[in-house]
Design a protein around this ligand. Structure first.
Ligand code: DP6
Length: 370
């Protein structure tokens, strides 16, 4: 599929008004997306676990308007109108207009809420942009839905296209959002060993996954709930002319190749090495860019050291990963759920802001609510 495959044919129906609600999860990258080209094309492939509890629910209501010369929408978070969310959504609409030709014909009311606190330092862009993309896809689907009953095969092709285009649109809102439509393991970006992988949208990880990685747990330790010190756009741009960029992009390909055999054999020790190295490399890229940033806080390092010490002491398979911030995602197999939670409560929670953490696990993607 290329970009042109997502340009719609003229719609067969016009709708006066309506509304759709989707809930869509966050995701946590194991091989990180860091660096992008124009049009939200990633510099390297990434792979992520889709999360389950951390999600955004969005209701998109639409009503036909007289003129179609500009975008018209209002955004609400938890019932409160949010003027400061509008520029990001305006940019999103501009980027996707070519692929959803009805956008300027309607006024939209976007009502959104997150299961995690807005000021938790957890980025809501992946769950938020994917939920909005899915709502827009539901509008499009209604405009092209035929009156004839589809065969089972046609319905399957239809659903695939729906998810693929939703992921394609979500990517144009926020790159990592394209990995939130489905689960439980999603690859975004072309990779030679992942058939049908694409820079345009996420695809389900196609190879065998060992039992060890089923229901993997992710406890998110909220070390710093403040606003992001570096926006993702600024962050990705730091990879332009970065002295280590090319080698880093190659390394992401290599790490994804290694993960393919790790997922197959269930080799959690190698999984830990790759995942922790990816997290530290992401931060190393930020520390070695110009300008440079340190996004970890002292408590981030305290937690990492505690995890390493616990692993030596207990033979646990617990490990960590990081996003572009100070919070720590603690990853561990389901069979260690009780012991690792004890460890987290006894030794790690003290390093969180207000002892705040979120227990999550792998999930299976977005859901249509109504
Ligand atoms: C560090 O998807 O937030 O979380 O495309 O500019 O919206 P934009 O960036 P974004 O970047 C996320 C980067 C990351 C790693 C990852 O999720 O792969």
């Amino acid at each position: 599929m290329t970009e042109n495959d997502f340009i719609p044919k003229p719609y067969s129906k016009t709708l006066e008004n309506g509304s759709f609600t989707w809930s869509s999860p966050s995701n946590i990258a194991l091989v990180k997306y860091w660096g992008k080209k124009e049009h939200q094309i990633p510099e390297n492939p990434s792979v992520s676990f889709t999360l389950d509890h951390c999600k955004t629910t969005t209701t998109l209501s639409f009503s036909k308007k007289e003129s179609n010369d500009e975008f018209s929408f209002d955004v609400f978070l938890d019932g409160e109108k949010k003027e400061n969310f509008k520029p990001k959504i305006e940019t999103f609409f501009k980027r996707i207009e070519a692929y959803l030709s009805f956008l300027k014909s309607y006024h939209f009311k976007i009502e959104t809420s997150n299961t995690f606190p807005h000021s938790s330092g957890i980025a809501s862009s992946a769950s938020g942009m994917s939920a909005l993309a899915l709502c827009l896809m539901s509008v499009e689907k209604q405009m092209i839905s035929s009156d004839v009953t589809l065969s089972a095969l046609e319905t399957l092709i239809d659903d695939n296209y729906f998810n693929q285009k939703a992921s394609f649109l979500a990517r144009l809102g926020s790159g990592s959002a394209c990995r939130s439509i489905e689960g439980d393991l999603i690859v975004w970006g072309t990779h030679k060993e992942i058939a049908n992988s694409s820079d345009y949208y996420g695809v389900k990880y196609p190879h065998a996954v060992h039992e060890n990685f089923k229901n993997y747990q992710d406890t998110i330790l909220l070390v710093d709930k403040g606003e992001k010190q570096v926006s993702s756009t600024v962050g990705h741009n730091l990879m332009h002319n970065h002295p280590f960029a090319e080698r880093r992009f190659e390394q992401a390909h290599e790490n994804l190749s290694k993960l393919i055999s790790v997922f197959k054999t269930g080799d959690v020790d190698t999984f830990i090495k790759i995942v922790e190295s990816e997290a530290l490399t992401l931060h190393a890229m930020m520390m070695t860019s110009m300008p440079y940033f340190i996004l970890m806080k002292p408590n981030t390092l305290e937690i990492i050291n505690k995890i390493w010490a616990y692993r030596v002491k207990s033979n646990s398979k617990v490990c960590f990963t990081l996003d572009a911030g100070a919070n720590v995602h603690v990853l561990y197999p389901e069979n260690e759920k009780e012991t690792v939670m004890e460890f987290i409560k006894n030794e790690l929670v003290a390093f969180c802001q207000n002892e705040h953490y979120i227990s999550d696990q792998i999930g299976f993607g977005a859901q249509l609510i109504s």
